[in-house]
Design a binder for this molecule. Sequence first.
Ligand code: UDP
Length: 244
Amino acid sequence: MGGRDATMVLLDENGIRCDGRKVDETRRIMIRAGGLKNADGSAYIEFGDNKILVGVFGPRDVHPKHMSNTDTGILRVRYHMEPFSVGDRKNPAPSRREIEISKVIKEALEPAVMLENFPRTAVDVFIEVLQADGGTRCAALTAASVALADAGIPMRDMVAAVAAGKVADTIILDVNNEEDQAGQADMPIGYMPSLDKITLLQLDGVLTPEEYKKCVDVGVKGCKVVYELQKKALKDKYFGNGGD
Ligand code: UDP
């Protein structure tokens, strides 16, 4: 929420948003499972103008060894934005924002991955944001779940993610970059549809208790749409004509 552009019409009189979408509509989503031959599992996602590649490695030995856990496996996540992924060149060194997003994605995935099956090992998830346009953490979390499944790592469920938010006093699904900058609230949600459990919920902005509840409802509905596309990506690779 910042850099508010007072001239931008975020919602017109017909309820149409600045990029032509209805309030409850996601951007175009394309998910592909596989693609990286040197990774144990991988996925590529286009979520609107976001383009993100994820590689998964493991379960594998932990180096340094003292980081390993004799009772369970550990999950390590690195979210990284390419310098060319945004309009103003981004410094390639990890920013505080990238460190925070790596942490929230790791914590959002942990309830889904059956790490207890692989004591003393690590599963590494590398996320490369090639192009960013608002909502990269949700798109990355969605693709990371597909890449983990593609790696054959046992999971309780996949985590599907999308943000809900508020613009022009209206609750919307899937906040784009302009809406994030000029809108009133952005609430990224990660959700495991089969288990009906939320594993990521952040909120930037201010909502009334009623708006908060509506945002969660709208976000969870959106996650269910994303989940179908995650399953389709895996089915296309393993039972259809997609994949590598
Ligand atoms: N962004 C940018 N430069 C940066 C970091 C972010 O232009 O160094 C843009 C990018 O398009 C990103 C958006 O700001 O998607 C919103 O970033 P936020 O921190 O809200 O995370 P996201 O919505 O991507 O999960």
